[in-house]
Design a protein around this ligand. Sequence first.
Ligand code: IPE
Ligand code: IPE
Ligand code: MG
Length: 249
Amino acid sequence: MSSQPTENNVTTPRHIAVIMDGNGRWAKRRRLPRVAGHRAGVEAVRSTVKACAKRGVEALTLFAFSSENWRRPEQEVGLLMDLFLTALERETQSLHKNDVRLRVIGNIAAFGDKLKQKIREAEDLTANNNGLKLNIAANYGGRWDITQAARRLAQQVVEGQRQLSDITEETLESCQLLHGLPEPDLFIRTGGEKRISNFLLWHLAYTELYFTDVCWPDFDNAALDSAIASYSARERRFGRTSEQVQQGA
Ligand code: IPE
Ligand code: IPE
Ligand code: MG
């Protein structure tokens, strides 16, 4: 199954992955504390989730906290954790009502008990929903994801449940946290930096990359539409020639 062109000839990506960057700079420009940027960022998450659901996007994966973000000042890390908890408390019911399936991908073992419990509750409540599949990457690192997958497979080999020859791209993929979803078609990074910052290393192999200077709190529906329009204008060749693609080979 591929993305479907809509009536106005825009191809909607099935899966969008976003590095929500630029909250700090957004706040700094307004002479506000960094946390004000993170708070405004939560609003942008809400509007982006809504917009993706409305546009028929199947999956949305948002990078909320990287495995490297622990290096930030303790106070900022604490505020980010509080914000995550509050957002879950406030938004879970509404996500559920809108048929969104929420999953948190990342090493959540490192979080406090209360946050872990809220994550579990939100995931359980929305587990059978059939609308937008929303993945929040928290304490996530692409290298960690690949490493934990390799370890799980190796364990199965050690225990005799699998042969060495079972370690393939398919099985390695199946042990990573986004298993079961189409690979991201469109990657968006806001805030002007042009790097992957240890996000979905495995899954971005053939994703169309889109970078914008817009800071995350300012990322509105028009900005999302610009990203989708850019994606829509690309020719995805997956190694083939342009002629082959046009012939539908
Ligand atoms: C992204 O915004 C949010 C997180 C990483 C949690 P930043 O906080 O990185 O904002 P900048 O890059 O400093 O502007
Ligand atoms: C990446 O943003 C992580 C998230 C948006 C959660 P950073 O702001 O932490 O990235 P670097 O460190 O500048 O690459
Ligand atoms: Mg940043």
